[in-house]
Design a protein around this ligand. Structure first.
Ligand code: AMP
Length: 122
């Protein structure tokens, strides 16, 4: 796994160097609207700690950081009012997973029937 690149765009957002459309923040995480939404609701939830991927985060983060991220997801889901209608959570990882930004993030997609997961080739 590549080392964490502190120049990635989400690190810059966390440092306040570039803006985002933030909808939630606590000690462990922030959530903001994806700049290129793939659904009527498309929010990214990211830990404040420097982790490349879900694998890195799950392996290296403290129990408090892990709990904090998932508690933030619950707060965001409640804030967005999407639990009843349903939503999809995605963590793209690495080259094969299509990860573009090397700071762990969870996509939350909602607002329409999302259909099957996108698997153009098996
Ligand atoms: P991934 O392919 O899982 O790494 O997803 C990265 C996501 O970050 C994409 O859905 C992008 O549209 C989104 N993104 C990139 N730059 C920004 C930004 N400055 N603010 C909000 N979302 C962004």
């Amino acid at each position: 796994m590549a080392a964490y690149d502190s120049n990635n765009i989400f690190a810059k957002i966390l440092r306040g160097e570039i803006p985002c459309n933030k909808i939630y923040e606590d000690d462990f995480a922030i959530a903001f609207h994806d700049i290129t939404p793939k659904a009527p609701v498309h929010v990214l939830v990211i830990p404040k700690g420097s982790y490349v991927s879900i694998a890195d985060f799950s392996r290296e983060a403290t129990a408090a950081e892990i709990a904090g991220l998932y508690k933030a997801v619950a707060k965001v889901v409640e804030q967005l009012g999407i639990e009843e209608g349903g939503f999809r959570t995605i963590a793209n990882t690495g080259l094969n997973g299509g990860q573009e930004v090397p700071h762990f993030h969870l996509h939350i997609l909602a607002g329409r029937v999302l259909g099957p997961m996108v698997m153009p080739k098996v």
